[in-house]
Design a protein around this ligand. Structure first.
Ligand code: NAD
Length: 260
């Protein structure tokens, strides 16, 4: 399927590893020039080399923390008129809400709600003027099905999803779409660190915990980040302009419901 994205430009935030990197790879494989950001330059350079080698696309790296003003400005300076924006950042820590103070909440809301909103604000009017824009927010299954120990994620991402639900419907008439991609369990560093923590707490081998999680998932396995990247590219396709304000769950069927 030709996604009609040849020659388009994208900013993919937090993309040296995991789901962000997979999104950048899939976009690049479809002819998109990508600017990828992350805090550690060495990891970014390694990701960029891998994406360039696989796709032949132009890949520009911007080292910086996307949750800061400077980090966002650097990303936007490298690509002032993106056709595609993929919002992503590290997820907040697990824990008990009794241990979290205002600073913990502000950090989570900053990274997983305000940062994507400010990035959208910076690019959306240009997209409207050019009559093409695709914005994808990487959120979490926690938006639909709260994860008890991830209260910071449940709260902050629900805030982003609520805001975007309204904005998506204001910009859709200009062929600018904003949608959420909700990962269930995907085998990335983030998932591995969560499993390692669970293994420490329960004195069980990490492999056993992963296998059990896979068994509990209707698909019988943990997700592969490359599958997530392909879904992102599909939402960005030229022909996806009628997919507006949706929240697409990629979880192998883990969320149990009759529909949606
Ligand atoms: P990951 O740890 O594998 O990769 C995160 C990437 O983001 C890395 O490239 C890292 O360098 C970059 N990054 C983190 N904080 C950043 C910042 N402030 N500025 C710039 N770059 C930053 O994580 P992942 O599994 O790919 O997760 C991506 C997002 O999806 C996270 O918010 C995570 O909470 C969420 N999520 C992941 C899963 C999963 O199973 N992997 C499930 C639900 C939600």
């Amino acid at each position: 399927m030709d996604l009609g994205l040849q020659g388009r430009k994208a900013i993919v935030c937090a993309a040296s590893k995991g789901l962000g990197k997979a999104c950048a790879m899939s976009l690049a494989m479809n002819g998109v020039d990508v600017v990828i950001t992350a805090r550690t330059r060495a990891d970014l350079e390694a990701a960029a080399a891998e994406i360039r080698k696989a796709s032949g696309a132009k890949v520009t790296v911007v080292a910086g923390d996307i949750t800061t003003e400077a980090g966002r400005a650097a990303a936007l300076a490298a690509c002032p008129e993106p056709d595609i924006l993929v919002n992503n950042a590290g997820g907040p820590p697990r824990g008990d809400f009794r241990d979290w103070g205002r600073d913990d909440w502000m950090k989570a809301v900053d990274a997983n709600m305000i940062t994507p909103i400010l990035m959208i604000k910076a690019v959306v009017d240009g997209m409207i003027a050019r009559k093409f824009g695709r914005i994808v927010n990487i959120t979490s299954i926690s938006v639909k099905s709260p994860i008890s120990e991830l209260g910071l994620s449940n709260g902050a991402r629900a805030g982003l999803t609520g805001f975007v639900g309204g904005l998506a419907r204001q910009v859709a008439q200009h062929n600018v779409t904003i949608n959420g991609l909700l990962p269930g369990a995907f085998l990335t560093d983030r998932l591995r660190s969560g499993i390692a923590e669970a293994a420490r707490q329960t004195s069980r081998p990490a492999d056993e915990i992963i296998a059990e999680r896979a068994r509990r998932t209707p698909a019988g396995r943990i997700g592969n980040p490359a599958e997530f990247g392909e879904a992102c590219a599909f939402l960005c396709a030229a022909s996806s302009g009628y997919i507006v304000g949706q929240n697409l769950l990629l979880d192998g069927g883990a969320f149990n419901s009759t529909m949606g």
